[in-house]
Design a protein around this ligand. Structure first.
Ligand SMILES: [Zn+2]
Length: 1066
């Protein structure tokens, strides 16, 4: 009888041939009738009965339990896209099955409905696992283990909720294309089968050995892996009864040869990147969470040693609402330290577009949820998939208890490779957070050899650190880790020639760096700009418009609510405001506000916004009514911003102070008013110099007529296209002499560009678009003077964009206003075009300043290096400014975020794009928005640009009745650089009665980029004490406070510092 001792491997082996031999031996596609995979399953059992019930809605478990089902069979089709189908599947367990089962055999239920599906525990009423189909992304989850307990009952039944979508939606042709609404689904597999766990294990062994042989080609450990795998294949070909155990020994011997203790260590954490919506709607994500997380808990029961990190409080709240029993299990798992809430944010939001306060609320709502429901606070900020990161994030996340940051997205840079993976990220104010970019460049690893090799070779901080984070689990559309991944990682934990793998947590990873490597690390200062996806500052213009409007509305509502609250007029409307905020925060998710979702998702997002505006306006009206004493005919103005304002408002004629000087087109009277900071009061009527807007005759033969627009602060000449040809600053009503045209060419010039990216349609605008500029000079209706002053002057002009699109604009100059405002109405029906408006300036500077969250940053006007050049399209909040030492021009906007500079001094504001995927109708239709041009002398700080841009976004609220409250200025700060950004009731007041002691929160920041000691005075309210807090409103220290009757306190600010100040009233 032959024995293994006689066996000899052939002396010469061809590497390619041998590698391919192993590949085919474990292949699903080739020779699977005779290779090792053919031995995986035995005794398949077909379903005795398959019953089907087409559901009407998405959350129909209770209905589905008792609904009438009808028969279906494998091969049957159902649909359409996004519909839900329940299946009841019944198996009769053969008499001899359980008795005949060997100890290495297990019974699995296989299901393939060519879609995602959830398996339910019908008795207990919660999801217990999930399925997904292999096509087109290969993220397959195809079986569910059948327990012995289920088998013992002789009849096994499953209740399945089938959702008609793939894990990444149903793109028609390409995965980011608009969904195929006509997609149908079919039942491809429904059976139980007995799996040989030894064969499953050997398949995993061979896969790993095969991959090592390929990845470590030409290295000794690679050859040994190849030799071992080949020998395993040879042994398994034989019919010896111990063939399998001998093969297992060979594999175990290889895997037991460990690496040295100082090898790069990969901290492997289970993960499941779950987009709140993207190529599917929000509603489906709620079910995706249930599928992914129930499958995760199931896998945790079977594999006890791994941990799962999961972000986004919003998603936990969805599961809590729709799947309370599953949520209770998650709470238990969090308690035992295995399910780990990370990120501390409400959703994984965009990193550039939300305002500073929105970012704070993302973290306030996120961390508060985690504290309330799990008793924990995240220590790591987590945005693995967001398209760039504001320079203010290090400070903001630190303010909310997180001094660590994780992502991998900057690896998507098209031009420059980011030089670090583990480093300190220094923010705008100097705050530093320990940051890590996964060097595997992914957040959905699969436990594969190639990923580990890339992780260690790609790591940029070798020598400084020897560890990295490695997130495994299918992601984007959910799903998470699988049994295969855990089996792979188990073999890879310590193999000579590869990084070591430790099943870990994000906190353990960061802590180990802090303990051992922190002092070696480099620092990156400023924003983390993603050299890609920079079209997302502009795409889906309406979503962005709503975001800005809602942020302003919530600011006003919180100010008014605070006033009503501290004057004992009404309880603080926490619940109403929470609802509105949560809608805004959800829509700031990193595929919604950036505009990279399907049409259905943007429609849902717009519906959320419309509701916020409707409910917010109703609440605003209610608050104004509470504040009003019902005496009609008295002009009352509310200024929710923290500085005094003089502005033009339109009021009912009965409320006019003094004579009616000018009426608007609706018959309301224009009124120039002055009002204090954070005030609701009867305004005063300031003196003013009248606006002058008039058509001027051409001074020389052959030249054209032009329009003069002039007030006490601005002098402008405009042509028939509404282009500004001359712009100067006036001081004290006079032109600064010598008068200097701040423009180097025609400003307010619209231009259209071809906008065809390389692949990511809604996401990307490529640098080459700037080579396709076409200035819009076809006039439909030349500029005419509509209003001539004395309070408001305006002109109107209409311009052709193409045969399908045109724009109308009204250019406005108000008395005493420092800027020309341009109100645009655009009819836009283009295909892959980019609309911008440009301002060529006669100003020399090497940088433009852009507003960012709670501050501003500089970016170069030049393209000296590849890093400068890559920033051809950038993001700002409300303004950008180009200044020299003596003068400057700011471009301010009410809802735009994209901007750029060309030719060193031409500023561009990006207005509209026209991508066709994943939303074929993105940005089509009518758009209304405003921007403004503000010339100034001196620095933009001294000229008040920061305040004026905020004014543009927050018009004064006007009421025609007297206020019960005579709040002339709730809080006054003596430093012009301090912006009191937000005023609200403190979180600790959530249970406070109307007449109880009250606490306010003031969120302030230093806006000039300098330091100061600021004195705040609380007017007309008695203060108990003041505390400087963290973002979660935990009291940290008490500032110097005034004694006796004075209600003031002093606190110092460093450049761009954000402070949360709690004022406890008596
Ligand atoms: Zn994502």
């Amino acid at each position: 009888m032959a024995s293994y001792s006689n066996y000899r491997a052939p002396p010469l082996k061809h590497t390619f041939m041998t590698t391919e031999r192993i590949d085919k031996y474990i292949s699903n596609a080739y020779f699977s009738d005779v290779n090792l995979r053919s031995r995986l399953l035995s005794k398949t059992i077909e379903a005795a009965e398959i019953l089907h019930y087409p559901a009407k809605g998405r959350f129909d478990f209770e209905i589905a339990k008792s609904a009438a089902y009808s028969p279906k069979k494998v091969g049957d089709s159902f649909g359409p896209l996004w519909s839900t189908h329940w299946f009841r599947v019944k198996f009769v367990v053969p008499e001899d099955l359980t008795a005949a089962l060997k100890e290495y055999e297990e019974v699995l239920f296989y299901w393939d409905s060519s879609s995602e599906a959830t398996i339910w525990d019908e008795v207990k009423g919660h999801p217990i696992g999930a399925f997904s189909c292999a096509e087109p992304h290969g993220n397959v989850r195809e079986y569910f283990p059948v327990s012995n307990e289920m088998l013992s009952s002789k009849r096994v039944e499953f209740l399945l909720e089938v959702t008609c979508n793939k894990d990444l939606g149903e793109g028609n042709g390409s995965f980011i294309a608009p969904p195929n609404e006509k997609a149908t689904y079919s039942l491809k597999r429904c059976q139980m089968a007995v799996r040989d766990s030894r064969v499953y294990s050997l398949l995993t062994d061979l896969k790993i050995l095969h991959d090592i042989a390929k990845e470590l080609k030409d290295k000794e450990r690679g050859f040994v892996a190849l030799y071992t795998a080949n020998e395993i294949v040879n042994r398994l070909q034989s019919t010896f009864p111990d063939a399998i155990s001998k093969a297992q020994e060979l594999a175990a011997d290889y895997f037991s040869q460990g690496s040295g203790p100082n090898q790069h260590t990969v901290h492997a954490v289970g993960h499941c990147h779950m987009d709140c919506a993207w190529l599917w709607p929000f509603e489906e994500t709620k079910r995706k969470c249930a599928r992914s997380w129930s499958a995760t808990l199931d896998l945790m029961n079977r594999y006890p040693n791994w941990k799962f990190a999961c972000s986004s409080a919003q998603q936990y709240e969805w599961v809590q609402h729709h799947y309370p029993l599953l949520f209770a299990q998650i709470q238990e798992s969090v308690k035992s330290g295995r399910f780990i809430p990370v990120g501390g944010s409400w959703v994984e939001m965009d990193g550039y577009l939300p305002s500073g306060e929105s970012m704070c609320r993302q973290l306030l709502y996120g961390q508060s949820f985690f504290l309330r429901e799990f008793g924990i606070k995240s220590t790591e900020f987590w945005l693995p998939d967001t398209f760039g990161y504001s320079a203010q994030l290090p400070q903001i996340i630190s303010h909310f208890g997180m001094n660590r940051f994780f992502t991998q997205k900057i690896s998507w840079n098209l031009i420059n490779k980011f030089p670090h993976h583990t480093f300190y990220w220094k923010g705008l104010d100097g705050s530093c957070v320990l940051s890590h970019f996964a060097p595997g460049d992914s957040y959905h690893m699969k436990g594969e050899v190639g990923e580990l090799v890339k992780t260690s070779t790609n790591f940029e901080d070798k020598g400084r650190s020897n560890k990295s984070l490695y997130l495994f689990g299918h992601g984007d559309g959910g799903q998470g880790p699988t049994q295969d991944m855990l089996e792979n990682l188990d073999r890879l934990k310590d193999i000579d020639g590869l990084p070591r793998v430790e099943l870990s947590t994000p906190a353990e990873f960061f802590t180990s760096i802090e303990e051992k490597e922190a002092r070696n690390l480099c620092t990156w200062s400023g924003e983390l700009y993603l050299e890609m996806h920079n079209g997302t500052y502009t795409t889906q213009s309406k979503i962005k418009w709503y975001n800005r409007r809602c942020e302003s509305l919530l600011h006003n509502l919180e100010f008014l609510s605070t006033l009503a609250y501290i004057h004992d007029l009404s309880p603080y409307p926490f619940i109403s405001l929470d609802k509105l905020w949560k809608g805004v925060l959800l829509n700031q998710f990193h595929d919604v506000l950036p505009g990279s979702s399907i049409e259905a998702t943007h429609k849902d997002a717009r519906a959320i916004y419309t509701n916020i505006i409707k409910e917010g306006k109703a609440l605003q009206e209610e608050l104004l009514q509470q504040i009003s004493d019902k005496t009609e005919g008295v002009l009352t103005v509310c200024n929710a911003l923290s500085w005094p304002r003089t502005e033009l408002v339109a009021v009912e004629t009965a409320c006019v102070l003094g004579d009616i000087l000018q009426e608007d087109l609706k018959g309301r009277a224009y009124q120039l008013v002055s009002v204090g900071a954070l005030a609701i009061s009867q305004p005063t009527m300031p003196s003013f110099i009248p606006v002058s807007v008039k058509r001027m005759k051409a001074s020389t033969p052959g030249s054209s007529d032009w329009i003069l627009m002039e007030n006490s602060k601005v002098y402008a000449e405009l042509d028939y296209l509404g282009r500004i040809t001359w712009l100067s600053v006036k001081e004290e009503g006079e032109l600064k002499t010598p008068s200097r045209n701040l423009l180097s060419g025609a400003a307010n010039q619209f231009a259209v560009y071809d906008d065809i990216p390389l692949f990511w349609d809604a996401w990307d605008v490529m640098g080459y678009h700037q080579e396709t500029r076409r200035a819009l000079t076809d006039v439909i209706a030349a500029a005419v003077v509509v209003e001539e002053g004395p309070l408001r002057g305006s002109i109107e002009v209409s311009i052709k964009i193409s045969d399908r699109s045109y724009l109308k604009q009204i250019i406005v100059l108000d008395a005493e206003s420092p800027y020309l405002r341009v109100d645009c109405e655009i009819y836009w029906h283009e295909n892959r075009k980019f609309l911008k408006v440009e301002f060529p300036l006669n100003i020399v500077s090497d940088h433009v300043t852009y507003e960012t969250q709670f501050g501003h940053i500089r970016r170069p006007t030049h393209r000296n290096t590849s890093w400068d050049s890559a920033k051809y399209e950038v993001c700002c909040q409300r303004w950008m400014d180009l200044s020299d030492y003596s003068v400057g021009v700011s471009i301010m906007n009410d809802s735009k975020y994209g901007c750029s500079v060309t030719d060193h001094s031409t500023l561009h504001l990006s207005l509209l794009r026209a991508p066709k995927a994943p939303d074929a109708n993105a940005d089509m239709g009518t758009h209304r928005f405003s921007y403004a041009v503000m010339p100034h002398t001196g620095s933009f700080q001294e000229a008040g640009v920061i305040r004026r841009a905020r004014d543009l976004n927050s018009p004064l609220l006007v009421k025609g009745s007297l206020s019960k409250i005579k709040e002339t200025s709730l809080v006054v700060c003596d430093q012009p650089s301090i912006v009191l950004d937000t005023i609200k009731a403190a979180e600790c007041d959530r249970n406070t009665e109307v007449k109880g002691p009250k606490s306010l929160i003031l969120r302030c920041y230093e806006s000039y980029g300098g330091s100061c000691s600021a004195r705040f005075t609380i007017q007309s309210h008695s203060v108990d004490y003041v505390a400087i807090c963290d973002g979660l409103e935990k009291e940290l220290e008490q500032p110097i406070v005034g004694v006796g009757d004075s209600q003031w306190f002093i606190t110092s600010f460093s450049p761009f510092q954000v402070k949360t100040i709690k004022v406890v009233l008596l």
